[in-house]
Ligand binder design. Structure first.
Ligand SMILES: [Zn+2]
Length: 88
């Protein structure tokens, strides 16, 4: 297989998966949403959210990416419960 197609987790249209899911996240290039990365966990949970919620998360991730490499990374923790110390 030369290309992998997937539905955009934000706009739900067919997009090209830029990077294989070999790590914690997948990178997509969507004609509507642009280039972004999303964690594997978030891909699943995003589908239960409304379109406007998902777009808000992408907007958030874009803002966070301004100082980094410029590619937004969507993680569930953005709009979900903040990280707590319950690990220990
Ligand atoms: Zn999209």
């Amino acid at each position: 297989m030369l290309k992998t197609y997937y539905n955009c987790p934000i706009s739900d249209e067919p997009v090209h998966e830029v990077l294989p899911r070999d790590g914690d996240f997948v990178e997509f290039f969507c004609p509507t949403c642009g280039q972004f990365r999303i964690s594997n966990k978030s891909i699943t949970s995003m589908r239960r959210r409304s379109r406007s919620e998902r777009e808000a998360m992408l907007t958030d991730a874009r803002r966070d990416a301004q100082g980094g490499d410029g590619i937004p990374l969507i993680r569930d923790s953005h709009s979900h419960a903040r990280k707590t110390d319950d690990q220990r």
